[in-house]
Design a protein around this ligand. Structure first.
Ligand SMILES: Nc1ncnc2c1ncn2[C@@H]1O[C@H](COP(=O)(O)OP(=O)(O)OP(=O)(O)O)[C@@H](O)[C@H]1O
Ligand SMILES: [Mg+2]
Length: 251
């Protein structure tokens, strides 16, 4: 059984009629309205060019909107000036990229603590404890002094996830986090993101092309041509595949 998702509880992320245009002709997002509830694991799917990355970037405050409002934890990031936005992003948002995006000159420990050190602080006792837990849970304890180039892809992505989780942000955005990994390593990374929501109460929004990955999420939002075309909870991988196929043949 599948049902249309109607999240109850307080939304931690709210997009209200968000549009993003590039130049005169490209409409990457077309009046997207989306509420994400705290602790939920949401997958975003859709054909190439449907606006998935754009959605993640504007929702994370990495790019501006053309129209509409975005609230993270009740704060309107579309009305926050640049300086405040950088700080807000550092504290409230974690981002995991397909290509890891670690700082090559910093070791694993320094990369993980980066959101805190960039905030001009040293990790508090509680933060150090939390980071130590993450490092253990993600199997990185014997890699702390290594540089990213000395790690496998899966290890690099685990460091990126630990960095995204370090501040316990309101929302973690992950844009095809398993895209550059082999399927077994990808499943491990996915399991970590799943655990971040189920066990650690984090909120994760993840773009994926993989129906099996999307089926591990609580909710799957389907984009096409910059619009939300479907929004379901509890779909299995086969049902997700048929929705994706339907959108791709309609495009
Ligand atoms: N900086 C930009 N300048 C102009 N157009 C852009 C820019 N970034 C994205 N676009 C356009 O916006 C649309 C949505 O792009 P987006 O990257 O969000 O797609 P996507 O769903 O993430 O695709 P993929 O699955 O290939 O990653 C596309 O038509 C793309 O060409
Ligand atoms: Mg993309």
């Amino acid at each position: 059984m599948t049902e249309l998702s109607s999240p109850s509880g307080t939304p931690i992320l709210q997009l209200e009629r968000v549009s993003k245009r590039y130049g005169q002709s490209v409409v990457a997002l077309d009046h997207v309205t989306l509420n994400v509830v705290a602790g939920e694991f949401t997958a975003i799917m859709g054909p190439s060019g449907s606006g998935k990355s754009t959605l993640m970037h504007v929702a994370a405050g990495l790019d501006s909107v053309s129209d509409g409002r975005i609230l993270i934890d009740g704060i309107d990031i579309t009305r926050t000036p640049d300086r405040g936005l950088t700080e807000l992003r550092r504290r409230k948002v974690g981002f995991v990229f397909q290509s890891f995006n670690l700082v090559p000159t910093l070791d694993v420990a320094e990369n993980i603590a980066l959101p805190i050190t960039l905030d001009g602080r040293r990790p508090s006792g509680a933060e150090s404890q939390w980071i130590a837990t993450l490092v253990n849970q993600l199997g990185l304890r014997d890699r702390l002094q290594h540089r990213p180039a000395q790690l496998s892809g899966g290890q690099q992505q685990r460091v990126a996830i630990a960095r995204a989780l370090a501040t316990r942000p309101a929302v973690i955005f992950a844009d095809e986090p398993t895209g550059a990994l082999d399927s077994r390593t990808g499943r491990e990374v996915l399991a970590i993101l799943r655990r971040a929501t189920s066990s650690w109460g984090q909120t994760v929004v993840m773009v994926t092309h993989d129906p099996i990955a999307a089926a591990t999420a609580d909710r799957v939002v389907f984009l096409a041509d910059g619009r939300i075309e479907a929004d379901h909870s509890g779909l299995d991988a086969a049902s997700i595949s048929s929705v994706v196929l339907g959108l791709e043949t309609a495009a």
